[in-house]
Design a protein around this ligand. Structure first.
Ligand SMILES: *Cc1c(COP(=O)(O)O)cnc(C)c1O
Length: 368
């Protein structure tokens, strides 16, 4: 099997080896010391600065999205601007709806980048509109669109908005410079470019976010980040964490630091560029104005032997069932128009060759 999904992704052998070990008891000085290193290294990878904090939540990326929203923002005080360019942007809106936090949306058609013009409509009007915060997915994974986070950071600074960023799929694939871009909170999950098993999410908070958490009245036991801030000071979590995944995280981050964080980003970027070059004249159109290194979204433009358009979903199924290759299908309205190929996880250019060869073979068979 070769897995080009956008999470869970292929894991390196040394990471799987850690996962094969027994899980140790965790209320110990040894585990606390390891967690403090995890915290420091996550802050480093996010470009967060020394006075930031990293918190570890047992739950997938969506758990961290919900925790971020309810700990930073308050239904009575805040009003948010949300960039909604696909299903992950829509998820932020849904979370706000459930928690009665008012919001406005910047809606983008699938594949469209966020432009200066989209933000200009709100520039200078945020205060009078009562806006206090901004939610965005650095990469809208459902459509493979990376947003210009430097532009977003500058907009939020100008307009006094607290910026919270879902960096689940962009983390380690694209740049994240929390301090430079004035990102108050950024979050990620274990099963994307960290290439660990799913189940762990990580929130990195700078001063402005920490202050908000400390003042928050988050109505939740499990997601009240005040407790995580407090226990994290001694390298612990309020509840049993995903101990095994945290041990794997430590191994993974140690490896990334040995090679250098920029080297890991460069490796993923090279994997993406290699794939895009090899696409050649295959009957696909790249369906994003602004690509992330994490994935390539593709729309099939060819026809089968009978001259019928080839649905994207069908390509996913044939690759899975007949070639043992997983790409990432889309759901809903985009199911027939879009699929995605991931470049994160333990993949190499040789894996790209296998996928391209499978498509060439499908062409020969009149399936593409
Ligand atoms: C994968 C992903 C998530 C998290 O999804 P889970 O299924 O909860 O792990 C959140 N946001 C983005 C942008 C993602 O790519």
């Amino acid at each position: 099997m070769i897995n080009f999904a956008v999470g869970p992704v292929q894991m390196a052998e040394e990471i799987r080896a850690v996962g094969a070990e027994e899980i140790p008891y965790f209320r110990t000085p040894e585990f606390s010391a390891l967690m403090r290193e995890n915290e420091d290294w996550m802050k480093e990878c996010m470009g967060a600065g020394a006075d930031a904090r990293a918190l570890f939540l047992t739950g997938s990326g969506t758990a961290a999205m919900e925790a971020a929203v309810i700990n930073l923002f308050d239904a009575g005080r805040d009003r948010l601007l949300i960039v909604n360019g696909g299903s992950f942007g829509a998820r932020f809106a849904k979370i706000c709806g459930i928690h009665h936090i008012p919001y406005e949306e910047i809606r983008l058609e699938p594949g469209r980048a966020l432009s200066d013009g989209d933000l200009a409509l709100w520039d200078g009007r945020c205060r009078e509109a009562g806006l206090t915060g901004f939610l965005i997915n650095a990469c809208e994974t459902s459509t493979g669109v990376a947003y210009d986070m430097e532009m977003v950071g500058a907009f939020c600074r100008r307009n006094g908005l607290v910026l919270a960023v879902d960096a689940v799929s962009s983390f380690l694939a694209d740049e994240m410079r929390m301090e430079e871009w004035d990102v108050a909170l950024a979050l990620t999950g274990s099963q994307k470019a960290l290439a660990l098993p799913p189940g762990l999410s990580i929130l990195v908070l700078r001063k402005a976010a920490i202050r908000r958490v400390e003042e928050s009245r988050a109505e939740s036991l499990y997601f009240d980040l005040k407790e995580y801030l407090k226990d994290g000071e001694r390298g612990q979590t309020p509840f049993t964490p995903a101990v095994g995944v945290l041990l794997q995280l430590h191994e993974r981050l140690a490896g990334i630091r040995r090679r250098g964080i920029p080297a890991e980003r460069a490796r993923i970027r090279a994997q993406a560029e290699d794939f895009r070059e090899k696409l050649g004249d295959l009957p696909f159109r790249i369906a994003s104005e602004s690509l992330s290194s994490a994935l390539t979204p593709l729309t099939p433009v060819g026809t089968d032997r009978e001259g019928k358009p080839v649905p994207a979903r069908r390509i996913f199924e044939i690759l899975k069932d007949e070639y043992g290759i997983y790409i990432c299908p889309n759901g809903g309205e985009l199911a027939d128009r879009l699929f995605r190929v991931g470049h994160i996880g333990n993949l190499t250019p040789a894996d790209n060759d296998c996928l391209i060869a499978a498509w060439r073979d499908m062409q020969k068979r009149g399936l593409l």
